[in-house]
Design a protein around this ligand. Structure first.
Ligand SMILES: C[S@@+](CC[C@H](N)C(=O)[O-])C[C@H]1O[C@@H](n2cnc3c(N)ncnc32)[C@H](O)[C@@H]1O
Length: 363
């Protein structure tokens, strides 16, 4: 991509959270003008890590929010809308009630596309959305955006296919205005269809201080050099370690998880141990030699592959492909929520690059 093109495409991020998707689009060369979310803590993190972008705390179900966005965008052309509406925002009342009040958050994306008529848009959601009501909700979304003059497709993408050390799957809608081209999804760069193996949990975090003896500090030092290519990529020039504070678990948690082998779960526990948690993800220990299970918002069911504790925020952030200079703010609970809610920046980046490729015709 030539320099003139880079940075000249403006984007707005709806339901921006801490800004994983925005970070990816910025890394791809987009100029993110504003990120909107109603969560103050997530927006503090967004503001700290997205220089040049405005963080707008507002409710996207309210009409006046669109006026506030307009004030910030001014007369700038908006080329792309990116959005990660929360899945709870989708009512389960069925496709016939698409205009139901409870779907307002999805309708906010439609409204923004109607107002700005961007060259393209991306909507991210959980894979379950694809099969909700036998796919009728998904089809309704496709139909509505198509009726607005967009070529729209959706696909479930696996983050590990693009170099994120995590098996996270997400449903991605890509819309391209009819005069700007056709949507197409990035091809896997890692995994069995390629020459590069998936990045693993160990590839991602084995250089970080183990935090067995000490709980760590919010601002700390690395204990050694990066080992893998991915660790180097995540550290870049960062020489301060942030958000690497270990959780102090109760003795019974430590004693229980100590009995689960790498890659195992509650099924590996002896009878009578850990029975208070028995659902399918209970007492899961990561497999260090595979991409991680999906990082959640801090439910404390997914444990480190070697240590008897859950990953620190920094470890989860690495697994989500946030570089080490991306700092999370707020309480640890809030930090975990921000990380778990996010689109992995590397996934956002490949999507952003793909859109630029479609708009410019340049690879
Ligand atoms: C899945 S997260 C988005 C993550 C984000 N795309 C990222 O990559 O970091 C959904 C976000 O929607 C926000 N949200 C929920 N209801 C909202 C509303 N009514 N108005 C604005 N934001 C809302 C939540 O605070 C949350 O941060």
């Amino acid at each position: 991509m030539n320099k003139e093109v880079s940075g000249t495409y403006n984007a707005i991020d709806l339901f921006a959270g801490c800004g994983g998707l925005s970070k990816g689009f910025m890394d791809a060369g987009f100029n993110v003008i504003v990120g909107i979310d109603n969560d103050k803590d997530a927006l503090n993190t967004f503001e700290l890590n997205h220089k040049g972008a405005t963080a707008l705390q507002a409710d996207l179900s309210k009409q006046e929010t669109f006026d506030e966005i307009k004030k910030i965008a001014g007369d700038r052309n908006i080329d792309v809308i990116i959005a990660g509406p929360p899945c709870q925002g989708f009512s389960l009342t069925g496709p016939r009630n698409f205009d139901d009040e409870r779907n307002k958050l999805y309708l906010a994306v439609l409204e923004m596309v109607r107002q700005y008529n961007p060259k393209g848009f991306i909507i991210e959601n959980v894979p379950g959305m694809a099969t909700l009501y036998k796919g009728e909700i998904k089809n309704e979304i496709l139909k509505r955006f198509r009726a607005m003059g967009y070529n729209v497709e959706c696909q479930i993408l696996k983050a590990c296919d693009y170099g994120v050390p995590q098996m996270r799957k997400r449903l991605i809608f890509m819309g391209i205005r009819k005069d700007c081209g056709m949507p197409s999804f990035p091809k896997p760069l890692f995994g069995p269809e390629t020459e590069r193996p998936y990045r693993t949990c160990r590839d991602a975090i084995s250089d970080l201080p183990t935090r067995v003896d000490s709980l760590g500090e919010e601002i700390d030092k690395y204990s050694g050099e990066p080992i893998t290519e991915y660790q180097k990529l995540m550290r870049k020039d960062c020489d301060i370690l942030h958000n690497h504070v270990a959780t102090a678990h109760k003795d019974f948690v430590i004693e229980t998880i100590a009995q689960v082998p790498e890659g195992g779960n509650y099924k590996d526990l002896p009878a009578g141990v850990g029975e208070s948690r028995k659902f399918h993800m209970a007492w899961t220990r990561l497999d260090g030699n595979a991409p991680a299970r999906t990082v959640d918002t801090g439910h404390r069911n997914l444990f480190h592959y070697e240590l008897n504790r859950v990953p620190t925020v920094r470890e989860s952030a690495r697994i989500q492909s946030f570089p080490d200079d991306f700092v999370f703010t707020g309480s640890r609970t809030k930090q975990n929520r921000q990380v778990g809610n996010a689109v992995p920046p590397i996934l956002g980046q490949v999507l952003g690059k793909k859109m630029l490729e479609i708009f410019t015709g340049e690879k």
